[in-house]
Design a protein around this ligand. Structure first.
Ligand SMILES: [Zn+2]
Ligand SMILES: [Zn+2]
Length: 317
């Protein structure tokens, strides 16, 4: 089948559609920005010619991807002293199911509620390690003396005994246990997977060649109305290239070429990823960007995404 050029909507149609929509949804805002004091407000008073300051012909690429989110199966147990407890962050996420796309942090975390006391295995819970005193024998030290006994002054060697000042006659020395810092206690805790919601989400991806801050919003809005928007449908990502897109759009620029490349490479990456599943064809839409200014001088933009027949509009009015 030969490629058919898709016709982008004309500026007057876009503006008319925007007026009708805004009149339904934000009438007060419309009156405030376009009304004249003393005159009855009418939509006819809002002219495209006076409001639109500039237009830009761009393109948008859109597809949706299902993100499978599952909690990790990995878990482990760790042991440490009091000093180790204060060195790391513990988490308390009892029963809550966490949105993985918003979670910032590791996928498995030390759980506060799992901390339990265990006796230190190094000192058997005593807090100290006992060793023989090297200065004495069983707490007693001896020093040799010569004693002259009796009238004959017979020399006798005697050992004089006294208490050891190193161990205070205990015979043993107690050193603080290095493993538990003397507390006698260690702590065990579990490192468990963050309880991510195990549902899958359809995430819209939108690439716009227009310089806009609204890519995310436009993508989300487009997801709701995708059935009623017409574009160039691409079922094989290999066809997402300049050679195919340019004749279909009927116009082209450097930025469009750029998004064609990045959308194509993202799509292929996601397609290979086991946590993602592509859930829509790739759509390339004409995108007309209107730079507007109201009678009262407030600036806003209108975007039309789709063909002449079926397009949707987004604005930041
Ligand atoms: Zn210890
Ligand atoms: Zn001693």
């Amino acid at each position: 089948m030969p490629d058919v050029r898709i016709k982008s909507p004309n500026v007057d149609d876009i503006f008319e559609k925007w007026k009708q929509k805004t009149n339904r949804q934000k009438k007060k805002n419309l009156e405030k920005n376009f009304g004249t004091k003393g005159a009855v407000f009418s939509l006819d008073a809002i002219s495209a010619g006076e409001t639109i300051k500039d237009t830009q012909k761009e393109a948008a690429i859109y597809f949706t991807v299902e993100q499978k989110v599952e909690a990790s199966k990995e878990q482990k147990e760790e042991t440490g002293a009091i000093r180790d407890l204060s060195k790391q962050n513990f988490y308390s996420i009892k029963g809550a199911s966490v949105d993985k796309s918003k979670w910032q942090g590791p996928e498995i975390v030390p759980v506060f509620e799992s901390i339990t006391k265990v006796p230190c295995d190094s000192c058997k819970g005593k807090g100290y390690i006992e060793t023989q005193c090297k200065e004495c024998s069983k707490g007693i030290k001896t020093t040799p003396m010569t004693v002259l006994v009796g009238a004959e002054q017979k020399k006798e060697k005697k050992d004089f005994q006294y208490n050891c000042p190193t161990c205070f006659k205990a015979g043993t020395i107690k050193d603080k246990c290095k493993k538990c810092d003397g507390y006698g206690t260690l702590y065990k805790w579990k490192v468990l997977p963050v309880p991510f919601k195990s549902l899958s989400q359809h995430v819209p991806k939108l690439y716009s060649s227009a310089k806009t801050k609204f890519e995310k919003q436009i993508g989300e809005e487009l997801q709701k109305v995708i059935e009623s928007v017409e574009g160039i449908k691409i079922t094989n990502v290999k066809e997402l290239n300049d050679k195919k897109i340019e004749p279909n759009l009927g116009y082209y620029n450097k930025n469009i070429s750029k998004i064609v490349k990045s959308a194509s490479s993202d799509y292929q990456k996601l397609d290979k990823d086991k946590d993602h599943r592509m859930t829509s064809p790739i759509w390339v839409f004409p995108m007309i960007q209107l730079f507007c200014e109201s009678k009262k001088g407030s600036k806003f933009e209108i975007y039309a995404v789709g063909s002449e027949q079926k397009f949707f509009i987004y604005d930041n009015f």
